[in-house]
Write a protein that binds this ligand. Structure first.
Ligand code: NAD
Length: 340
């Protein structure tokens, strides 16, 4: 079986980190790469923000590997391309695993944040009326149910005993209230998994004080965005973490960090977040296509990454190391070939 993988090289450090992921997938084999153009770098060369058939092509692929894309803060007319990709490909669940590294992380933990990926304040219905700026927050029963079910299925598949809903339903009684009601209704279908809840402010405190108490966290879009960066800091840095955005037909895998223009083009970017996203891609294809060899490769890549970071100190300057981006790729590939 040959899997068709879309490749979005992205902006800033995107192309450098994506290259390391492609080296890993080429080493494993059985992948056909389809280049997909989108973003600022693409626009500077082609005069439009994305290729015309971008979404039609992407919908037909097994998965997409994606570098970060720039979203300018100062242009009201410019909607995020990341949000457009989520919306068009119906990527309703954003999955971000956070596992500690010895000697690098704050504490010992292994938990996953599942972030609702399509609604909340990110729908972008905003305006100004008589000097008052307003933003509309959305939670639909349909999305609340779909993402709750995803979180429980994920916990079951990974053998995890509980799912914690993080919300603020004591204040946001309609939006978070609906999510809460739906979450506990769905939980009834999963009697083998404990369903619990924590207020978002308390969860920030608990994530720092007792991160090992969490297994799977399910949370609305904005809280998930903020808590993921907090969790990345616990792991040791933004450059170490990856994410999977899952839809019914395809899925997109990317690092948690942004475009990091300050270090772009210098071979200094930390590629571990992208490699972690590659591990998640292998796992996703392994599960969704019933391909046990890809599940084995995903485990092997996890081992190769952990050995490189923890035992060999193969890290870039953001983590206090001297390795260049491509040298980290070399170290991980060497470990991967010795694991098999
Ligand atoms: P950023 O992640 O780009 O950078 C924050 C800091 O972290 C910078 O100092 C940067 O050098 C450092 N950093 C980030 N990733 C690194 C890596 N892999 N290796 C070494 N150092 C790294 O965040 P920002 O400055 O807040 O955002 C810049 C742009 O990126 C914005 O346009 C934002 O919208 C975009 N962004 C895109 C995505 C995405 O496409 N998924 C995610 C986050 C931010």
């Amino acid at each position: 079986m040959v899997y068709k993988i879309g490749v979005v090289r992205g902006d800033g450090i995107g192309p450098e980190v994506v290259e390391q992921a492609l080296r890993v997938l080429s080493f494993i084999g059985n992948f056909e790469f389809v280049e997909l153009g989108i973003g600022y770098t693409y626009m500077s060369r082609h005069g439009e923000l994305y290729q015309r058939d971008f979404f039609d092509v992407a919908r037909g692929l097994d998965a997409v590997l994606k570098g970060p894309l720039n979203t300018p803060w100062d242009r009201r007319d410019f909607r995020s391309l990341n949000y457009l990709i989520r919306r068009e490909l119906d990527l309703y669940a954003n999955v971000r695993p956070f596992k500690s590294y010895e000697g690098l992380s704050l504490g010992r933990f292994d938990f996953t944040i599942v972030r609702e990926n399509l609604e909340d304040l990110y729908v972008g219905v905003e305006g100004e009326v008589g000097g008052v700026a307003v933003s509309v927050r959305f939670t639909s029963r349909q999305e609340a149910e779909r993402v709750s079910r995803f979180a429980f299925e994920y916990a079951r598949r990974e053998g995890l005993e509980k799912v914690t809903l993080v919300h603020k339903a004591n204040i946001l009684k309609y939006t978070d209230g609906l999510l809460r009601e739906t979450f506990f209704a769905v939980a009834k279908d999963y009697p083998d998994i404990r369903a619990e809840e924590v207020l978002v402010d308390t969860s920030a405190y608990k994530l720092v004080r007792e991160p090992s108490s969490f297994r799977v966290i399910l949370t609305p879009n904005l809280y998930g965005d903020i808590l993921s960066d907090l969790a990345a800091a616990l792991v040791g840095g933004l450059g170490l973490c990856g994410s999977a955005q899952i839809g019914p037909r395809t899925a997109v895998f990317e690092p948690v960090h942004g475009v990091a223009f300050d270090i772009a083009g210098k071979n200094l970017a930390n590629p571990y977040g992208m490699l972690e996203a590659t591990r998640l891609l292998l796992k996703y294809l392994g599960w969704s296509r019933g391909d046990s060899s890809l599940l084995k490769w995903s485990k092997a890549l996890e081992g190769a990454i952990r050995r490189a970071v923890q035992e060999q100190g193969a890290v870039t300057p953001d983590l206090g190391g001297k390795y260049h981006t491509s040298e980290v790729g070399d170290a991980v590939l060497k470990n991967l070939s010795s694991e098999n």
